[in-house]
Ligand binder design. Structure first.
Ligand SMILES: Cc1cc2nc3c(=O)[nH]c(=O)nc-3n(C[C@H](O)[C@H](O)[C@H](O)COP(=O)(O)O)c2cc1C
Length: 206
Protein backbone atom coordinates (compact mmCIF):
# COMPACT_ATOMS: atom_id res chain seq x y z
CA UNK A 1 0.00 0.00 0.00
CA UNK A 2 1.11 3.57 -0.51
CA UNK A 3 -0.20 7.00 0.26
CA UNK A 4 -2.57 8.04 -2.52
CA UNK A 5 -0.86 11.42 -2.82
CA UNK A 6 2.47 9.65 -3.49
CA UNK A 7 0.85 7.60 -6.24
CA UNK A 8 -0.27 10.85 -7.84
CA UNK A 9 2.80 12.98 -7.20
CA UNK A 10 5.83 10.73 -7.06
CA UNK A 11 6.39 10.62 -10.79
CA UNK A 12 9.66 9.48 -12.33
CA UNK A 13 11.06 13.01 -12.37
CA UNK A 14 9.98 13.61 -8.77
CA UNK A 15 11.61 10.37 -7.65
CA UNK A 16 14.73 11.36 -9.60
CA UNK A 17 14.78 14.73 -7.81
CA UNK A 18 14.39 13.03 -4.43
CA UNK A 19 17.27 10.78 -5.34
CA UNK A 20 19.40 13.70 -6.55
CA UNK A 21 18.85 15.70 -3.37
CA UNK A 22 19.22 12.74 -0.99
CA UNK A 23 15.61 12.35 0.23
CA UNK A 24 14.63 9.30 -1.81
CA UNK A 25 15.02 6.88 1.12
CA UNK A 26 13.09 9.18 3.46
CA UNK A 27 10.21 9.37 1.02
CA UNK A 28 9.98 5.64 0.39
CA UNK A 29 7.88 5.33 3.57
CA UNK A 30 5.01 7.07 1.78
CA UNK A 31 5.07 4.28 -0.80
CA UNK A 32 4.72 1.54 1.81
CA UNK A 33 2.36 3.23 4.30
CA UNK A 34 -0.58 1.14 5.52
CA UNK A 35 -3.18 3.91 5.22
CA UNK A 36 -3.57 5.35 1.70
CA UNK A 37 -5.31 8.47 3.05
CA UNK A 38 -7.58 8.56 0.04
CA UNK A 39 -10.71 9.26 2.11
CA UNK A 40 -11.15 12.29 4.33
CA UNK A 41 -11.13 11.31 8.00
CA UNK A 42 -13.04 13.08 10.78
CA UNK A 43 -10.21 15.58 11.34
CA UNK A 44 -10.06 16.50 7.66
CA UNK A 45 -13.86 16.73 7.34
CA UNK A 46 -14.07 19.07 10.35
CA UNK A 47 -11.25 21.18 8.92
CA UNK A 48 -12.99 21.49 5.55
CA UNK A 49 -16.27 22.41 7.24
CA UNK A 50 -14.68 25.43 8.96
CA UNK A 51 -12.99 26.95 5.94
CA UNK A 52 -14.23 30.18 4.31
CA UNK A 53 -11.97 29.85 1.30
CA UNK A 54 -9.51 27.66 -0.51
CA UNK A 55 -7.15 27.71 -3.47
CA UNK A 56 -8.01 25.47 -6.40
CA UNK A 57 -5.55 24.49 -9.10
CA UNK A 58 -6.87 23.14 -12.36
CA UNK A 59 -5.06 22.04 -15.52
CA UNK A 60 -5.40 23.98 -18.77
CA UNK A 61 -5.72 22.24 -22.10
CA UNK A 62 -2.13 23.11 -23.04
CA UNK A 63 -0.78 21.89 -19.70
CA UNK A 64 -0.51 25.13 -17.78
CA UNK A 65 -1.60 24.96 -14.15
CA UNK A 66 -4.15 27.59 -13.10
CA UNK A 67 -4.74 28.53 -9.49
CA UNK A 68 -7.79 30.47 -8.39
CA UNK A 69 -9.15 31.35 -4.98
CA UNK A 70 -12.67 30.35 -4.04
CA UNK A 71 -14.28 32.08 -1.08
CA UNK A 72 -17.63 32.00 0.68
CA UNK A 73 -19.31 31.57 4.03
CA UNK A 74 -17.56 29.13 6.40
CA UNK A 75 -18.51 25.61 5.34
CA UNK A 76 -19.44 26.55 1.77
CA UNK A 77 -17.18 23.71 0.66
CA UNK A 78 -19.37 20.78 1.67
CA UNK A 79 -18.25 17.29 2.58
CA UNK A 80 -20.95 15.14 0.95
CA UNK A 81 -19.17 11.98 2.10
CA UNK A 82 -15.54 11.06 2.90
CA UNK A 83 -14.74 10.85 -0.81
CA UNK A 84 -16.84 13.71 -2.15
CA UNK A 85 -16.66 17.48 -1.80
CA UNK A 86 -18.90 20.03 -3.46
CA UNK A 87 -19.33 23.77 -3.67
CA UNK A 88 -21.73 26.13 -5.34
CA UNK A 89 -19.83 28.10 -8.00
CA UNK A 90 -21.09 31.66 -8.10
CA UNK A 91 -21.16 34.13 -10.98
CA UNK A 92 -17.85 36.01 -10.97
CA UNK A 93 -15.76 37.81 -13.56
CA UNK A 94 -17.09 35.53 -16.33
CA UNK A 95 -13.67 34.44 -17.61
CA UNK A 96 -14.62 30.83 -16.81
CA UNK A 97 -11.01 29.70 -16.78
CA UNK A 98 -11.45 27.14 -13.98
CA UNK A 99 -14.77 25.91 -15.36
CA UNK A 100 -13.38 25.64 -18.88
CA UNK A 101 -10.35 23.78 -17.60
CA UNK A 102 -12.58 21.35 -15.72
CA UNK A 103 -14.59 20.69 -18.88
CA UNK A 104 -11.42 19.37 -20.50
CA UNK A 105 -9.70 17.84 -17.47
CA UNK A 106 -11.33 17.39 -14.08
CA UNK A 107 -8.13 17.07 -12.10
CA UNK A 108 -7.83 19.61 -9.29
CA UNK A 109 -5.51 20.22 -6.38
CA UNK A 110 -6.83 22.22 -3.43
CA UNK A 111 -5.04 23.99 -0.64
CA UNK A 112 -7.09 24.78 2.44
CA UNK A 113 -5.54 27.18 4.94
CA UNK A 114 -6.16 27.82 8.60
CA UNK A 115 -3.80 30.74 9.09
CA UNK A 116 -4.74 31.29 12.73
CA UNK A 117 -3.94 27.71 13.71
CA UNK A 118 -1.15 27.47 11.10
CA UNK A 119 -2.61 24.37 9.46
CA UNK A 120 -2.66 23.50 5.78
CA UNK A 121 -4.46 20.65 4.05
CA UNK A 122 -3.83 19.57 0.47
CA UNK A 123 -6.51 17.64 -1.39
CA UNK A 124 -6.35 16.07 -4.84
CA UNK A 125 -9.48 15.14 -6.72
CA UNK A 126 -11.37 14.92 -9.96
CA UNK A 127 -14.02 17.59 -10.36
CA UNK A 128 -17.15 17.56 -12.45
CA UNK A 129 -19.60 20.32 -13.20
CA UNK A 130 -23.27 19.94 -12.29
CA UNK A 131 -25.47 22.54 -13.93
CA UNK A 132 -28.30 24.29 -12.08
CA UNK A 133 -31.48 22.25 -12.16
CA UNK A 134 -29.73 18.98 -13.03
CA UNK A 135 -31.15 15.84 -11.43
CA UNK A 136 -27.90 15.15 -9.59
CA UNK A 137 -27.66 18.64 -8.03
CA UNK A 138 -26.27 18.05 -4.50
CA UNK A 139 -29.08 18.84 -2.04
CA UNK A 140 -26.53 20.14 0.48
CA UNK A 141 -25.75 23.08 -1.82
CA UNK A 142 -27.85 26.24 -1.90
CA UNK A 143 -29.17 27.05 -5.36
CA UNK A 144 -29.45 30.71 -4.33
CA UNK A 145 -29.13 33.85 -6.45
CA UNK A 146 -25.74 34.13 -8.09
CA UNK A 147 -25.05 30.41 -8.10
CA UNK A 148 -24.31 29.24 -11.64
CA UNK A 149 -23.33 25.59 -11.13
CA UNK A 150 -22.04 23.06 -8.64
CA UNK A 151 -18.53 21.72 -8.66
CA UNK A 152 -18.47 18.17 -7.28
CA UNK A 153 -15.06 16.77 -6.45
CA UNK A 154 -14.26 13.09 -6.22
CA UNK A 155 -11.47 13.07 -3.61
CA UNK A 156 -8.45 10.98 -4.56
CA UNK A 157 -5.89 11.88 -1.90
CA UNK A 158 -5.02 14.28 0.88
CA UNK A 159 -1.97 15.28 2.85
CA UNK A 160 -1.16 17.74 5.61
CA UNK A 161 1.76 20.13 5.44
CA UNK A 162 3.86 21.25 8.39
CA UNK A 163 3.09 24.65 9.96
CA UNK A 164 6.53 26.09 9.33
CA UNK A 165 6.46 29.39 7.46
CA UNK A 166 2.70 29.88 7.84
CA UNK A 167 2.33 33.37 9.29
CA UNK A 168 -0.55 33.45 11.77
CA UNK A 169 -3.35 35.67 10.43
CA UNK A 170 -6.68 36.31 12.04
CA UNK A 171 -10.03 37.24 10.58
CA UNK A 172 -12.07 40.13 11.91
CA UNK A 173 -14.48 37.62 13.50
CA UNK A 174 -11.58 35.90 15.26
CA UNK A 175 -10.11 39.07 16.77
CA UNK A 176 -13.37 40.89 17.51
CA UNK A 177 -14.00 39.21 20.92
CA UNK A 178 -10.51 40.23 22.08
CA UNK A 179 -10.94 43.76 20.73
CA UNK A 180 -14.29 44.05 22.53
CA UNK A 181 -12.69 42.93 25.82
CA UNK A 182 -9.88 45.48 25.35
CA UNK A 183 -12.38 48.23 24.50
CA UNK A 184 -14.37 47.50 27.66
CA UNK A 185 -11.20 47.58 29.73
CA UNK A 186 -10.18 50.93 28.18
CA UNK A 187 -13.64 52.37 28.94
CA UNK A 188 -13.42 51.10 32.54
CA UNK A 189 -9.97 52.67 32.97
CA UNK A 190 -11.12 55.96 31.39
CA UNK A 191 -14.06 56.12 33.80
CA UNK A 192 -11.79 55.36 36.73
CA UNK A 193 -9.37 58.05 35.50
CA UNK A 194 -12.18 60.61 35.35
CA UNK A 195 -13.24 59.72 38.91
CA UNK A 196 -9.66 60.08 40.19
CA UNK A 197 -9.24 63.46 38.44
CA UNK A 198 -12.55 64.64 39.90
CA UNK A 199 -11.45 63.48 43.35
CA UNK A 200 -8.22 65.48 43.03
CA UNK A 201 -10.28 68.48 41.90
CA UNK A 202 -8.29 71.73 41.77
CA UNK A 203 -5.11 69.95 42.86
CA UNK A 204 -4.99 68.05 39.54
CA UNK A 205 -2.37 69.36 37.07
CA UNK A 206 -2.68 68.03 33.49
C1 LIG B 1 -19.72 40.03 -8.94
C2 LIG B 1 -18.62 39.11 -8.52
C3 LIG B 1 -18.86 38.20 -7.51
C4 LIG B 1 -17.85 37.32 -7.12
N1 LIG B 1 -18.10 36.42 -6.12
C5 LIG B 1 -17.13 35.57 -5.75
C6 LIG B 1 -17.35 34.61 -4.71
O1 LIG B 1 -18.42 34.53 -4.10
N2 LIG B 1 -16.36 33.76 -4.39
C7 LIG B 1 -15.16 33.81 -5.02
O2 LIG B 1 -14.28 33.03 -4.68
N3 LIG B 1 -14.91 34.70 -5.99
C8 LIG B 1 -15.86 35.56 -6.38
N4 LIG B 1 -15.59 36.49 -7.34
C9 LIG B 1 -14.22 36.57 -7.86
C10 LIG B 1 -13.91 36.00 -9.22
O3 LIG B 1 -14.70 36.56 -10.22
C11 LIG B 1 -13.99 34.52 -9.30
O4 LIG B 1 -12.87 34.07 -8.61
C12 LIG B 1 -13.95 34.11 -10.76
O5 LIG B 1 -15.22 33.62 -11.10
C13 LIG B 1 -12.89 33.14 -10.98
O6 LIG B 1 -13.07 32.43 -12.14
P1 LIG B 1 -11.86 31.93 -13.04
O7 LIG B 1 -11.77 30.48 -12.79
O8 LIG B 1 -12.23 32.27 -14.45
O9 LIG B 1 -10.62 32.67 -12.61
C14 LIG B 1 -16.59 37.38 -7.74
C15 LIG B 1 -16.38 38.30 -8.76
C16 LIG B 1 -17.36 39.15 -9.15
C17 LIG B 1 -17.10 40.13 -10.26
Amino acid sequence: MSRAFADICFTDSVRAAQHRYGSRDGNRGFETAADPRAELGETEQAFVAERDGFYQASVGEIGWPYVQFRGGRPGFLKVLDPRTLAYADVRGNRQYISVGNLDADGRVALILMDYAARRRLKIWGVARIVELGAADWPTALPAEAGVERAIVIDVKAYDWNCPKHITPRFTEAQIQPRLTALQLEIERLQAENRQLRDALGADYID
